[in-house]
Design a protein around this ligand. Structure first.
Ligand SMILES: *Cc1c(COP(=O)(O)O)cnc(C)c1O
Length: 250
């Protein structure tokens, strides 16, 4: 019998060592970087094995799929992060079951979430998703052209004012390239945008940058990521019938 827990633990340990080495080499503290283990499309046995192997922060993309898993697994000491596009009519699932949302991408969604949070007396930590590449299939506020950043400010101001949400930083999903080095300009643009927003809204803590997946996390770390979202590099390939990346179905 294959011991899934042992296999995932081994991969996770090696991955963490890698992250530490990359962070240290570019003068960063490895402790600043949280690995979100992306369990989307993975069956419950794999998610449970990941938790058994010591995973404490899990990422899911699809609210209904996640809801089913989270309810079945009922794990304490595990944080669930919603990282995929969220339709506002599914907000309730996130408010009820998730610890953080990486993919906030509209004022409408923010308002809905904030209202639901107020009803249950909680505050939801969120990251604002930006499209820094101009790729049409990607969600997020359009932010590839720096000269247009000031037009984002009024909407962001409305989100900052919402009592049910706590903004923690920014998130992006760059295009997929053959050579991961090509994503660097997009990751650095997200960091520069973060610095720009910190100057405009100094009362918000814009610490977090969620960027980098299995294929490009070393570059994301070098460019300042505090969350990297890792699926296949730790859990292996996703079952193929579910195999799609965010945005592919838009
Ligand atoms: C699937 C997904 C990931 C993880 O991708 P891997 O290639 O498996 O590491 C990260 N972020 C988002 C938004 C995703 O949809």
């Amino acid at each position: 019998m294959i011991d899934l827990v042992a296999i995932i633990r081994e991969k996770m340990d090696r991955f963490r060592e890698n992250v530490s080495r990359i962070a240290t080499r570019c003068g960063r503290n490895p402790q600043e970087i949280t690995i979100v283990i992306v369990t989307k499309a993975q069956p419950i046995e794999v998610v449970q094995a990941a938790i058994g192997a010591g995973a404490t922060c899990l990422g899911e993309n699809y609210p209904e799929e996640a809801q089913e898993k989270i309810r079945a697994i009922k794990a304490d000491n595990v944080e669930w992060h919603m990282i995929g596009h969220l339709q506002s009519r599914k907000s309730k699932i996130v408010v009820e079951l998730f610890d953080m949302l990486h993919s906030l991408d509209s004022v409408h969604l923010a308002q809905k979430l904030s209202l639901l949070c107020q009803q249950v007396n909680r505050v939801l930590p969120v990251l604002l998703q930006f499209n820094v590449s101009g790729e049409e299939s990607k969600y997020g506020w359009h932010a590839w052209d720096e000269s247009g950043w000031d037009t984002l400010l009024p909407e962001l101001e409305r989100i900052i004012a919402l009592p049910g949400l706590q903004i923690k930083g920014l998130m992006t999903m760059p295009p997929l390239f053959e050579n991961p080095e090509q994503v660097r300009p997009y990751f650095s643009r997200l960091r520069v945008l973060r610095d720009y927003l910190s100057r405009h809204f100094p009362n918000v803590i814009w610490d977090d940058l969620s960027m980098g997946t299995s294929v490009d996390y070393p570059i994301a770390i070098q460019e300042g990521a505090t969350y990297i979202r890792i699926g296949e590099a730790i859990l292996g390939p996703r079952p193929t019938k579910f195999h799609h990346r965010q945005g592919s179905d838009k």
